[in-house]
Design a protein around this ligand. Structure first.
Ligand code: LLP
Length: 453
């Protein structure tokens, strides 16, 4: 053992979002890629493919990066939340809460996952632009803070609330543009999320006359996979203005939640800010804005999703068929694709990959990595330089820890992959692989169609 890999692009272990590979990535004496002390070809044989791998040390280092940066840069108190939509599971909820994070959830399923993993309701925040009565009731019964997105939320809550007041945050549309994919912008005015600036006073008034509600915070989120810092600087100022207004109305608002959005490095050319820089910019901007407005510092809440888990994850596939179209393209197909990673077909996202057994070998051909689904757009990577490869080789796709498992589907009735967590040479199954029986489990065959065989 063991040399460094070319997939590590900085040595700042508290900011893994600037790396392509998990921080424990190494190459063993046989030349194979190792993550968390486990060699990837062995994991592929043991657990099958496609397989999601999560590196525990990278996850913990990233959590600590956020905690340390908040402590170093922000003079007030703070609470980071994990936006669990990025990848929701019992083990991830437990891990991030053991590192001092609360959780942001957006559905009954994510909320139950957080509660079942032992996270306390007071550390959970429920988002959503169309929450159901069931979701709101579950949140209220468990002392979860509801991030109110619209008047419909308030109408429903007013019906539900009984003895104690509901803990609420208000989500605002801050009217801030950022450069990212159209589908993952949320802060611009034409967004389905949050109250428009011109509705804000009205809702503050409504809540002032609502003894059933306790408004404790304000929230805004501008979008995802953002590399610029200026929009976050601007956001802190918009929120400070809103904080002043809410306090002037007499609301006991002590929490300001700036959302998530810090980008990560999927490919060499990506250059996101570090966690430390991102937190520093937001902290400084919020402190200055509060000072100018003579506001006592609020508790600073942020809710990273992607930047907390993406780099900790890789996906293993096995190569299968090869189709060479002379002068046009060579397709190498893998045993997964858009059902386990819908990001390329949805957002034209780019990924980096290598062969598990030859991570450093130079490329001899440019190939297109195709998925196995019946859809021409099912392409994992459009252009990838690969050394000589054959059917059965294990392909490692990097930075798949966020919005892969959580956005997976059963398209073509393909079972979802298993997830394995690795640390210090040990691998643990943390989500089992679906089997075909799981896929027909929910089907109901009316008796007039005859018996199931
Ligand atoms: N807070 C709120 C209110 C959000 O809507 C989101 C993400 C986050 C926090 C976390 O943002 P992050 O730190 O992950 O950027 N499926 C898309 C991403 C959708 C993000 C939705 N909201 C993708 O695969 O790129």
């Amino acid at each position: 053992m063991k040399s460094k890999t070319p997939y590590e692009s900085n040595s700042d272990h508290l900011s893994p979002n600037r790396n392509i590979a998990p921080i424990t990535t190494e190459i063993n004496d046989e030349g194979a890629l190792v993550i968390g002390g486990c060699d990837l070809p062995t994991l592929a044989s043991r657990y099958g493919t496609p397989l999601y791998i999560l590196d525990e040390l990278t996850l913990r280092a990233t959590c600590r990066g956020y905690i340390k940066a908040l402590k170093n840069h922000y003079k007030g108190s703070s609470l980071p939340l994990y936006a669990s939509k990025a990848n929701s599971s019992l083990v991830l909820s437990k891990l991030v809460s053991s590192e001092g994070f609360g959780l942001d959830v957006v559905s009954e399923g994510e909320l139950i996952t957080a509660l079942e993993s032992g996270v306390k309701g007071e550390d959970i925040f429920l988002h959503g632009n169309n929450k159901s009565i069931e979701e709101l009731s579950l949140a209220y019964d468990n002392d979860v803070t509801v991030v109110v997105d619209n008047n419909h939320d308030l109408d429903c809550l007013e019906e539900i609330v009984s003895s104690k007041p509901a803990r609420l945050m208000l989500r605002l549309t801050p009217g801030i543009e950022c450069h990212t994919h159209e589908y993952i912008k949320t802060g611009h005015l034409d967004s389905k999320f949050g109250f428009d600036p011109d509705q804000f006073e009205e809702v503050l008034l409504r809540l002032k006359n609502a003894p059933w509600a306790r408004l404790t915070g304000l929230h805004a989120h501008i979008g995802s996979q953002i590399f610029e810092l200026q929009p976050h600087r601007d956001l802190a100022v918009v929120l400070a203005d809103a904080l002043k207004l809410a306090r002037d109305f007499g609301h006991p608002v002590d929490d300001l939640n700036v959302g998530g959005g810090l980008g990560i490095r999927y490919i060499k050319e990506d250059d996101p800010p570090s966690i430390d820089e991102w937190v520093a910019v937001i902290s400084r901007s919020l402190e200055e804005a509060c000072m100018e407005r003579k506001l006592e510092l609020p508790r600073l809440i942020c809710e990273p999703g992607r930047s907390l888990v993406a780099t900790a994850g890789v996906t293993l596939y096995r190569l299968g068929s090869r189709k060479v179209i002379p002068g046009i393209r060579t397709y190498l197909s893998v045993d997964g694709g858009m059902s386990d990673n819908p990001r390329p077909i949805t957002y034209q996202s780019l990924y980096t990959a290598c062969l598990a057994e030859a991570p450093l070998a130079s490329g001899v051909e440019t190939v297109t990595i195709a998925g196995k689904h019946c859809e021409s757009g099912d392409v994992v990577i459009k252009r990838l330089e690969l050394p000589p490869s054959k059917s059965g080789d294990v392909l490692v796709v990097f930075s798949t820890g966020a919005y892969n498992s959580s956005m997976s589907s059963n398209y073509n009735r393909i079972p979802r992959p298993a997830t394995v967590m690795v640390q210090n040479g040990q691998s643990d199954l943390v989500q089992r692989r679906e089997v075909p029986e799981d896929l027909i489990r929910l089907d109901v065959l009316p008796s007039r169609f005859g018996a199931v065989k």
